[in-house]
Write a protein that binds this ligand. Structure first.
Ligand code: GLN
Length: 202
């Protein structure tokens, strides 16, 4: 069985390499036919507005949405997270999303001055060693619903350090990160997702 990587835009090669390192067979997903028989799918970062348009023009939006609603395990990073969220702030009016995880996301929410930064985050379930995380014009999770497991957070903005913001979340078969785990050699999050794809579907 194969794990797909949406290959319309963004860090496709890096995600494919991470999955291949873990021994997975990887398929780039460009057309609706590419979805058949997948055990899981990665939605890479890039630009969520562009990805939304490309999902429409490729004819993938509807069949992929259908697969996600049926419980296809999915791992969305950065723009991929935006595409999966229920609610998006500061998006383009015509930007579409799949709405399969109960999050409110603000695009480019870390603001211009800290548009891109790196830091270490502790992720629940991945052991004691923190994970090095690369944030690039990253989205901010403003709200997470009761069904969402928050697996990692960052301190809040200046003056509100206690207002911590989720950066890794899971709801059932949906895993999301605000950062780019494919850009470091640490494969623990991809491994975590691969394990999710092997879980019994409800
Ligand atoms: N800012 C981008 C967006 O809104 C996401 C950036 C990224 O994926 N690195 O889609």
């Amino acid at each position: 069985m194969t794990v797909g990587v949406l290959a319309l835009q963004g860090d496709v090669r890096e995600h494919a390499a991470a999955l291949a390192d873990l021994g997975e067979t990887v398929r780039p997903v460009l057309r609706p036919d590419d979805l058949s028989g997948l055990r899981g799918l990665v939605l890479p970062g890039g630009e969520s507005t562009t990805l939304s348009l490309l999902l429409e023009s490729s004819g993938l939006f509807e069949p992929l949405g259908e697969a996600l609603r049926r419980g296809l395990p999915v791992f969305g990073t950065c723009a991929g997270m935006i595409l999966l969220a229920d609610r998006v702030l500061d998006g383009r009016a015509d930007q579409r999303r799949f709405g399969v995880i109960d999050l409110t996301i603000r695009r480019n929410g870390y603001g211009r001055q800290v548009a891109s930064f790196e830091c270490d985050v502790e992720v629940a379930g991945l052991g004691a060693d923190p994970l090095h995380a690369v944030f690039i014009r990253a989205p901010v999770v403003e709200e997470s619903g009761p069904g969402v497991e928050v697996l990692a957070t960052l301190p809040g903005p200046a003056g509100q350090p206690d207002h911590r913001r989720p950066v890794v979340c899971r709801q059932g078969p949906v895993l999301v990160t605000a950062f780019h785990p494919e850009l470091t050699g640490d494969r623990r999050l991809h491994q975590f997702f691969v394990e999710m794809t092997k879980e019994e579907r409800r």
